[in-house]
Design a protein around this ligand. Structure first.
Ligand code: DAH
Length: 341
């Protein structure tokens, strides 16, 4: 029966209605607003209202209908909001793919070098890149004013002529010997700096790995054997090595080591300038002066040392023709090493 009481009854039902999901909401819509819904039914009864009541009843009926529609819309919004909340907590959803970076080629090669020497019993040592003259030169048997200091163009710290950027990782030899007595068996990877004009074949900073072994009765044969093993692990079992006499202030005798060119297999190509050999490192027996300068008894101990450039080894392995590529952070270049990661 359409009267004020019935309208108020339905109004209070509408104000109190609740829905947890879309299905419950639909049940409510049908109950009040569908063709057979309670409000539609009341609307049907409007024609029976006496004329003097029509105006008021018409207004009340319209208000009721609008309120019902608004209330359903409110409930719908509440359900959508709580749905979104649930989405955030959906533990079954796959994660977004996270784009991965790649390891730098120099890091890949450095790690490979470390890995090979760790298997031979070498441990890691490390020293500062901003060094003093003692550790870079004097303790390594570079005499004061000796022309050998010119072999490496040095960056000096203005106002502190004694403080320099290390030009080689040989300085770490001294850092290790001053705190440790033999047996010493370390490799020291790190960055070094030289005052060179930047071009495709030279840079003002690059990377080296130094090796140092000091014990009783260490011989040149031990050095040769370790370096052969390293070369074959790094470049393949068919790799040959050859040692050419050379000069370094900190080793006596000194040598430079070539490996058979792994690009042409020793036949001769542009990379090895047709010789079939490429130089990869310097080495030698630690000069007894160096042992003494660093507090080690040279009558009791002997040692060998070697130093190699990581860029050089990387160029040989991956044929990178321009040294500058290593420090330009061009993602297209770095991505080429994804497979080696
Ligand atoms: N320090 C040398 C350089 O930077 C490389 C080197 C040569 C290191 C002979 C050594 C060595 O330990 O025995 O050119």
């Amino acid at each position: 029966m359409l009267d004020k009481d019935r309208i108020n009854e339905i109004l209070s039902e509408i104000e109190n209605m609740k829905a947890k999901n879309a299905e419950e909401l639909e049940v409510l819509r049908i109950k009040f607003l569908s063709k057979k819904g309670a409000i539609t039914e009341l609307m049907g009864e409007f024609r029976l209202v006496p004329p003097e009541m029509k105006k008021e009843m018409g207004m009340r009926l319209n208000e009721l209908k609008t309120r019902a529609q608004d209330r359903l819309a409110e409930l719908k919004a509440e359900i959508c909001l709580s749905d979104e909340g649930q989405e955030e907590l959906d533990l079954t959803r796959t994660s977004y793919p996270v784009p991965l970076g790649t390891r730098h080629p120099l890091t890949i090669v450095k790690n490979e070098i470390i890995d090979i020497f760790s298997r031979l019993g070498f441990t890691l040592a490390d020293g500062p890149e901003v060094e003093d003259d003692w550790h870079v030169f004097s303790s390594m048997n570079f005499a004061e004013d000796h022309p050998a200091r010119d072999m490496q163009d040095t960056f000096f710290v203005e106002s502190h002529p004694d403080i320099i950027l290390r030009t080689h990782t040989s300085s770490v030899q001294s850092r290790v010997m001053e705190v440790q007595q033999p047996p010493i068996r370390v490799i020291c990877p790190g960055r070094v700096y030289r005052n060179e004009a930047i071009s495709y074949r030279a840079h003002c900073f690059f990377h080296q790995v130094e090796g140092l072994y000091v014990d009783q009765n260490v011989s040149f044969t031990d050095l040769k054997q370790v370096l052969l093993l390293f070369a074959q692990e790094m470049f393949g079992n068919d790799t040959k090595i050859r040692l050419r006499p050379s000069y370094f202030p900190f080793t006596e005798p000194s040598a430079e080591m070539d490996i058979s060119c792994n690009i042409c297999g020793g036949k001769g190509c542009a990379f090895c300038k047709g010789t079939g050999w490429v130089e990869i490192l310097g080495c030698g027996m630690v000069d007894p002066n160096v042992l003494e300068l660093n507090g080690i008894d040279s009558s009791k101990y002997s040692g060998y040392a070697f130093g190699m450039g990581i860029e050089r080894i990387t160029n040989l392995k991956y044929q990178v023709k321009d040294l500058r590529m290593f420090s330009e952070n061009d993602v297209r270049f770095l991505r080429e090493f994804e497979a080696a990661n």
